[in-house]
Design a protein around this ligand. Structure first.
Ligand code: PLP
Length: 395
């Protein structure tokens, strides 16, 4: 076998999202684009804001010598400073450029943070339902994922279950708010309560317990909800994010990590992260994108348009009898599956050309995920198919 046994095993477990996406491509080829309603993948159909294209044109028209060369592995100072200024709108403890490292997306940042923190066998708590790549990322760096279920009625962190999962090998917990796949935003009270728990357990175990706050959807918040800044609640916190969703640039691989300035040994952590950014082979985040996003920190895609899509689907589907938590952010819905077997439900939906991902793929069987980052016209065209599906199931 050409590939490592572990990689072969991972291929077999292959992501449900990719699997459904590929089936969708086949269905589209067979039936035509207009007849397939693909809610499988979180790849925004919207374009980046006009200011991005304007900045790109300006840069292309006035190329500066050296703009494509290597730079400090942490990224350009002016980009790091612009990110710190942006975060300081929410953080009560002011950050400076020194606490920011530019990365290849949030995925790159997560790998950098995990490599920086983990010793072999260290456990990282992840909350189900979870972003499917977390398990692989943790394993990449010799860590062991420890799955803890969220509260079933709200999808908020279950502190009692987290407390039970913390042990002598626990190093960190990954939070994701707004959440993929539930869209739930964790309120500050949840973060404060988690901090009290982590401080208490940390003292008991004589270990520092870190929070890795994965926030690529932080700008996509609705109904006037603010995503609380993790630094205002949690001392040993590292924020990880990207412009994949808020500027609709997932293919450009631009993101960053930022450490709470109040974190223990923060300078040592950042030095480690800069080294890991280098030796993971990223070297640095893409130069062109760093120059562009430095001036675009206050820009975003049309968030109101996402809220309208959420409202349209949420209202239609709940009226049809589907039950779900109304999400305040992100671009996903995570309804309960009307069939006990979520894979069977997703297969039945496929008969109506509606493509979904089973909750099983996120460690939460009995649910399914809808990614509504697609054209509104597709959502509207899908509604009769949803009605047929609901009628068939007697929802
Ligand atoms: N974290 C979560 C929760 C995500 O949903 C995604 C992408 O969908 C990522 C991280 C990775 O984002 P990026 O494209 O910036 O690497």
């Amino acid at each position: 076998m050409a590939i490592a046994a572990k990689v072969s095993q991972c291929l077999e477990q292959s992501s449900w999202i990719r699997k459904m996406f590929e089936q969708g491509a086949q269905l589209r080829a067979r039936l035509g684009e207009d007849r397939v309603f693909d809610f499988t993948i979180g790849n925004p159909a919207v374009e980046p804001p006009a200011a991005f294209h304007e900045a790109l044109r300006q840069l292309a028209n006035q190329p500066e010598p050296g703009m494509h060369r290597y730079m400090s592995n942490a990224g350009y100072d002016e980009t790091r400073a612009a990110v710190a200024d942006f975060l300081n709108q929410r953080s009560v403890r002011p950050l400076s450029a020194e606490q920011v490292v530019m990365t290849c997306g949030a995925g790159g940042a997560l790998n950098v943070v995990l490599k920086t923190l983990l010793n072999p066998g260290d456990e990282v708590i992840i909350l189900a339902p979870y972003f499917v790549e977390y398990k692989f990322y943790i394993d990449n760096h010799g860590g062991v994922p420890r799955v803890v279920n969220c509260l079933a009625d709200s999808f908020l962190p279950d502190l009692t279950a987290i407390e039970q999962a913390i042990g002598p090998n626990t190093k960190a917990i990954i939070l994701n708010s707004p959440n993929n796949p539930t869209g739930v935003i964790y309120p500050q009270t949840s973060l404060d309560a988690l901090e009290a728990l982590l401080q208490r357990k940390g003292e008991e175990l004589n270990r520092t317990l870190y929070v890795i706050s994965d926030e690529p959807y932080a700008r996509l918040a609705y109904d006037g909800t603010e995503v609380p800044c993790v630094f205002n609640s949690i001392r040993n916190a590292i924020l990880v994010t990207s412009h994949s969703k808020d500027l609709a640039l997932p293919g450009e691989r631009i993101g960053y990590l930022a450490a709470n300035p109040a974190m223990e040994e923060v300078d040592q952590f950042i030095a480690g992260a800069v080294f890991c950014n280098r030796v993971l082979g990223f070297v640095n985040a893409p130069a062109l994108m760093q120059r562009l996003v430095a001036g675009l920190q206050h820009e975003s895609v049309d968030i109101a348009a996402y809220q309208e899509k959420r409202d349209l689907l949420y209202n239609e589907l709940t009226a049809l009898g589907f039950s779900m938590v109304k999400p305040q952010g992100g671009f996903y819905l995570f309804p309960r599956s009307p069939l006990a077997d979520d894979v069977a439900f997703v297969e039945q939906a496929q008969q109506h050309n509606i493509l979904l991902v089973p909750g099983k793929g996120f460690g939460a069987p009995g649910y399914f995920r809808i990614a509504y980052c697609i054209d509104r016209a597709v959502i509207e065209r899908s509604l009769p198919a949803w009605r047929d599906l609901a009628a068939e199931l007697g929802c």
